[in-house]
Structure formats: structure tokens, C-alpha cells
Write a protein that binds this ligand. Sequence first.
Ligand SMILES: [Fe+2]
Length: 304
Amino acid sequence: MKKLYSFIDFIVNKISLYTFNPYLPGRVKDFIGYTQLKKNKHLYRNKTADHAYEFNLNGYSDFRKNNAAILDCSNIAEIFRPYLEKCKLIGYENDIDKPYFYNILREDLDHEAYNKFLEIGNNNNLLDTLRTDFGELVFVGGGIFRSKANILGKKLIGSQKWHLDRFSLKCFKLFVNLSDISESMGPTEVLDSKVTWKLLYNGLIKKILGVKKARNLKNGLFIDQKRFDRELSNKKIDNIGPIGTGLLANTGLCLHRGSLNKSFQDRYVLLLHYCLWDRYVENQEKLNKDISTGIWTRFIKKLG
Ligand SMILES: [Fe+2]
């Protein structure tokens, strides 16, 4: 069955690539998710905590309209300050191949912080609010992500290029600054869903008409450079700001990227990820081998 899903995934991605229909993979995967796949019970660990974590959801009405907004999450950031200090103190390192964004939240390092993370993911006002507006959602993971300092002169790769997350059209990610983040630290950048739709609309026709394609876009997306520059200068939002700044985006509908950290400070971000269903399509085999790449893989490990 898994092989069949991988095959469907491959075909759908190819069709999407050649027709410039960037929403197709998410749509198909959501459909399969609804009809075929059961949600994994293990994702509900700590779901029974007796209180919801408060967020200041002032920016939320914006979010409903545009699928991207800034929220005040200083109370959540505060909870993970000790964990971060511990990591810095012991010089915790982790040699994976994605230095621009990797997870350093580990259960064996601090059981309490790890459980806190699960508890918050499953028990917060945000999850309830999202469910009220967008229907059923599950907490699918995240972690504490470090982007190493002083990555200079490297070519943009992977999620540093503008892209959509293609595993669902309902893919909500909350990025909470655990460092003060400046322009040079490679903030996460987002264009809201309306702007994204406008830019991506009729990609195939633009390609046929020979429109000049914008730089730093992932394959399968096609946007005219001039229009892209114009929207970026007017409409881009990012998580530049002090500790506790929260950026919430539906990354299945909003173009986004995490850029290079050119500063001399490591950048730390807490990430909580909600989705319509858990992500069978992402490269699970590869992730399974590396316990450090994300909280998601550790759930899999626990299941054995
Ligand atoms: Fe992404």
C-alpha cells in the first residue's frame, strides 16, 4: 500500500511540475488522507493535559483572511528558554546535512522540555481556534530548530528557495522566535495566500508566452520576476523581531522560505506544525534513520 502511495505521489508531482499547478499535490494528498489513512494515535500523547496554553491571538483575524499573520507568543517562548540555555551550556551539536535548519529538541536531553512541547502542541488555544475555522486538524510535530551562524556565500538550497509545502492544503506552521531575529539572521519569509494565488495563477500560460521566470523559486513554480519583486517589496511578512514573535502561516497555500543566516549568532525557532492528517508522503524511510531530524521521526521510533 505504501508503495502505491509513493507511486501516486510521484505521478502527481510530475503532473504538477509540467502543468504548473502547484496546489495539485496537496489536494490529492488531502483526498487520500480523508479516504484512506487513519490518524496515528501516538500523535495524541499528552493530549489529556488539563489546561490549554494561552496565546495572544490578536493577529488571528488577519490570519483567517490571508493565511499568514504575526502573533504574540512570548509566553510560549519563555517556556523553552531553559532548554536553550542548557543546549548552549553543554554545546549540544548535531551533525546532520541541513545546517540551515535542524531540530535540536531531544527527549534524551531533557524529558521535561520534550513533554512540554508535546503538551503545548496538543493543548493550546491556537489548535482549537484553527479547528473552529478550518475543520479537523492534528498536531503533527515540529521542534526547536537551529540555523547555524555565519553561513556565507552558500547557494540557496531546499526550503531556502520560495516554495509551497505540498503535503496538504491545510498545513499550518507556527514559528516562534527563541532568539531576537534580525534581517541578516535569515528570517522566515511569507507571502499570504491571496498574493500567492495571484502570482501562481496561469503559470503554464506564462511559461508558453516566454515570461522571464523569477530567481530562487523551487521547481514547478512559475512567476514573472517583475511582479514577484513588486509583491515582495509590498506584501512580504517575516519573523524579524524579538524573542516571542510568532509567525503563523498556512505553508500549503502561502509561498515561503527560510533564508540564510549570515549573522554571527545562531538563530533558534520553535516550530509547531498542524496538518489535516499526518504526513505519510514525506520521505519517511530516510527520516527514520535519523532520529535528530524531527520530532515526527521519534514518534515512529516509539511505535517500533
Ligand atoms: Fe516549507
